[in-house]
Design a protein around this ligand. Structure first.
Ligand code: FAM
Length: 436
């Protein structure tokens, strides 16, 4: 843990100087004009945010700190003996500091999170009092917002902390929140689906994924490895996606990291974003019920057509930025081929990878007909008996904490100001168009 802080203490002054230099020298330089399509189309394509932790290439997919995700997965240290995957703790170290951790540094984060991970009683009581019908994502968002009672940032702000020091408190809150998340998320699971029964204590000898899996009641070593992979690849995807941007926006008002993360989870809970992994499984289950586990290509194509005719999208396919198969899909497929290639769900998803794009291409309007990260995760989770689809986005959310919080530490370190885009009326827009 302290390894991260020491590295940040060195890197932050350098980055600050660099930022200030660019602002002083080039603050008035324009880097492009604004097409009406971007203004009226969800601000697509406008380079309006700066992200240090990751960048998304349309065909090569996500890069963490300039490194393709596949290489990140290959290089992250394997901390637990016998595990095939690197730890998300290592990914957090890498995203936050920009240097690939050694085995000891990655283990340092694990130890730190095991020390900080006790969830306060008031939050446990609050979680236990929630109606089981409340969606797990709404529960996650509520619980993380309430945890701000213990925010170091809030405390320091009240005492008049210096702006240049804000990042240190955001760092403390981020570390504490990451540490508590597996317990919070597992309690949501056991409360909603297992009658409240399950372990709620962190085991100091386990890593983040090991503890989370055990508390979910799924201590299988292969499943823990799947969780390590899952948590690493879902962590970060630039800062313009809905969950990262929500956290960034809320943080720009100097709301504390717990509130930022809570807002981020409200965005992730949408069906066009993180909820797509739940939607994929619902759709696949309908498909298997309608045409069986081993349908013909023609039957599959007809099922896809019927979904589209019903006015619905094919969940798990398409992306706002990506224009090829998401490498995070491919990484999951490689895991599946190694561990469970005969699973009927895995076989079906592997076939859909080829068939769905053929159908979507014919529509002529889908910018990216290929599978995204959400097309694969559900069948893997089901293989290891995590059956409750309603819960899948929570796993995504636990992972996404690593990305949004590492971004938030840097946002405060670099003193990004309040985010406040200018909105215009349609008549203002017409005036701009006439002048152009
Ligand atoms: N199935 C059917 N139609 C689709 C489609 C899909 N999977 N993806 C895009 N389209 C349609 C889209 O609805 C739009 O139609 P209209 O013009 O009639 O409204 C048209 O193609 C152009 O859209 P686009 O430019 O290709 O996509 P956008 O950038 O507007 O939206 C997505 C991107 C992800 C919202 C969209 O592809 C989608 O709805 N996909 C299915 C849901 C999904 O898998 N979301 C998860 C994304 C994921 F990576 C994540 O955030 N976790």
């Amino acid at each position: 843990g302290d390894g991260i802080k020491a590295k940040l203490e060195k890197a932050i002054p350098q980055q600050r100087e660099y930022f200030l230099g660019i602002k002083c020298l080039h603050g008035k330089t324009s880097i492009g004009n604004i097409p009406v399509n971007s203004v009226m189309g969800g601000m697509r394509g406008l380079p309006l945010l700066i992200c240090l932790t990751s960048s998304l290439h349309p065909t090569k997919g996500i890069f963490y700190r300039g490194m393709p995700i596949k290489d990140v997965c290959a290089k992250l240290p394997r901390v637990k003996k016998g595990s095939s995957e690197g730890t998300p703790e290592g990914a957090f170290f890498f995203l936050t500091t920009g240097s690939m951790p050694t085995k000891e540094e990655a283990q340092g984060v694990t130890n730190e999170w095991n020390k900080r991970g006790k969830v306060p009683d008031y939050c446990l009581k609050m979680l236990d009092s929630l109606d089981k019908k409340i969606h797990p994502m709404a529960q996650l968002s509520a619980a993380s917002a309430c945890l701000n009672l213990n925010s170091k940032f809030v405390e320091a702000y009240k005492k008049g902390a210096k702006r240049a020091d804000y990042w240190q408190y955001v760092y403390e809150d981020s570390m504490n929140l990451c540490a508590m998340l597996p317990t919070v998320a597992a309690i949501i699971y056991t409360n909603v689906f297992k009658g409240g029964k399950g372990c709620r204590e962190l085991n100091k000898d386990q890593d983040w994924s090991g503890n989370y899996s055990t508390m979910l009641g799924l201590p299988d070593e292969d499943f823990i490895d799947l969780m390590r992979l899952y948590m690493v690849i879902h962590a970060d995807h630039e800062s313009g996606n809905v969950s990262a941007h929500a956290s960034h926006l809320v943080g720009s008002a100097l709301s504390d990291p717990y509130l930022c993360y809570s807002a981020s989870m409200c965005g992730l809970a949408g069906p066009l974003h993180g909820l797509a992994n739940q939607e994929v499984l619902v759709w696949l289950t309908k498909l298997r019920k309608a045409i069986g586990d081993e349908p013909s290509d023609e039957e599959i194509k007809k099922f896809i057509d019927d979904t589209l005719k019903g006015g619905q999208v094919i969940p798990g396919f398409g992306h706002a930025v990506l224009r090829d198969t998401d490498p995070r899909f491919t990484l999951q497929n490689e895991f599946a081929m190694k561990h469970c290639k005969d699973d009927p769900g895995v076989k079906l998803v592997t076939r859909l990878w080829k068939i769905v794009p053929e159908v979507l291409k014919k529509l002529g309007k889908v910018a990216n007909p290929f599978p995204n990260v959400d097309a694969h995760s559900g069948v893997l989770l089901q293989h290891y008996c995590l059956m409750e689809m309603n819960y899948y986005t929570v796993l995504f959310g636990v992972s996404r904490a690593l990305g949004v919080l590492s971004q938030l530490i840097w946002s405060r370190a670099l003193g990004y100001p309040l985010e406040r885009p200018k909105s215009i009326s349609t008549s203002d827009l017409c005036t701009f168009i006439q002048k152009a």
